[in-house]
Design a protein. Structure first.
Length: 307
């Protein structure tokens, strides 16, 4: 991807790749997401924030996500907005981080944005993300609507302890420099937290940018609660244990195991069994030493849970 525009400072503007990993998502929902991304990226070009952009979709489903007609029409729509569309069929379910790692290997843009395919970005979101990516900032994430992560961030600087992979922006050099997502350990959840902490260990700050907005489709009950799916419950429970182990917090592993000890819900029983299986096989992730300055746990978890 060539950088063709020159900014006010006389330097080449960055090229951007917007990546989404698809797994059995409804085609119409993905199309809406791509159209919204196209508008936001085109606005960033017009504002002089990026030079060129592409949208890269990775399909982990066994079946094609689009018909030939839908795919061709969507490619024309993206092209008319000034970008290019690439769709890759993985032919296997690589999970969140594994899919993004695969897509990142095929691109050469300066910047990468990871975007959930069930979300809609605001027209000014790409501009807001790029604006927040200062020289010492490793990753910037967006505000999620209607249900935000209950994590803390500095109201003046935006600095935060970790960023969400639902929508975040990172330099390709930083992403590759820390080894990308740890997809061997984390299939769905906590891969973004783990990436965040490794980026912080590399010396970068993390920033939350509330002006960058993502409508992330979370269906609320009449009491404004969120009912997670069985998949969310299982992988969240599993990842909590794996994350604590990776960052050398055996005390957290022990406390979570104690919390789970008498919990007979299926997702908890399965998560504990999977952890014990990896422990017995010697396939738990390698412990990162001296990570206490970045690996902050809250009552046994990396953050207060949304559910």
């Amino acid at each position: 991807m060539n950088r063709v525009n020159i900014g006010l400072g006389g330097t080449a503007l960055p090229a951007l790749a917007l990546q989404s990993v698809i797994y059995k998502n409804e085609p119409d929902a993905v199309i809406r997401s791509v159209v919204a991304l196209s508008l936001s990226a085109a606005n960033a070009v017009a504002a002089g924030k990026i030079s060129t952009w592409m949208i890269s979709l990775g399909n982990s489903s066994s079946d094609p996500v689009f018909s030939d007609e839908q795919r061709e029409a969507l490619a024309r729509s993206v092209q008319s907005a000034g970008g290019t569309l690439h769709v890759t069929d993985f032919a296997e379910n690589l999970g969140h981080g594994g899919g993004h790692n695969r897509l990142a290997q095929t691109g050469d843009s300066d910047l990468i944005a990871f975007v959930n395919p069930d979300g809609l970005v605001d027209p000014g979101t790409v501009v807001a993300l790029v604006n927040a990516l200062g020289a010492d900032v490793g990753i910037v994430d967006a505000r999620q609507i209607p249900l935000e992560h209950p994590k803390e961030y500095d109201r003046l600087t935006g600095e935060t302890a970790w960023v969400s992979g639902a929508l975040c922006l990172i330099r390709r050099s930083v992403f590759l420099g820390v080894g990308g997502f740890d997809s061997d350990t984390f299939f769905l959840y906590c891969d973004d937290v783990d990436l965040s902490w490794r980026v912080r260990l590399a010396g970068y700050r993390l920033v939350h940018a509330p002006a960058a907005r993502l409508f992330h489709d979370k269906r609320l009950t009449v009491t404004a609660d969120y009912e997670p799916s069985p998949v969310e419950l299982y992988y969240s429970a599993e990842a909590t244990l794996l994350l604590a182990h990776k960052y050398g917090r055996t005390d957290v592993v022990d406390s979570v195991m104690e919390l789970y000890r008498d919990d007979r819900r299926d997702h908890i029983v399965r998560a504990v069994a999977e952890y014990r299986k990896r422990e017995a096989a010697g396939t738990l992730p390698t412990v990162i030493a001296h990570a206490g300055t970045v690996a902050v746990f809250n009552s046994g978890f990396y953050a207060e849970h949304r559910y």
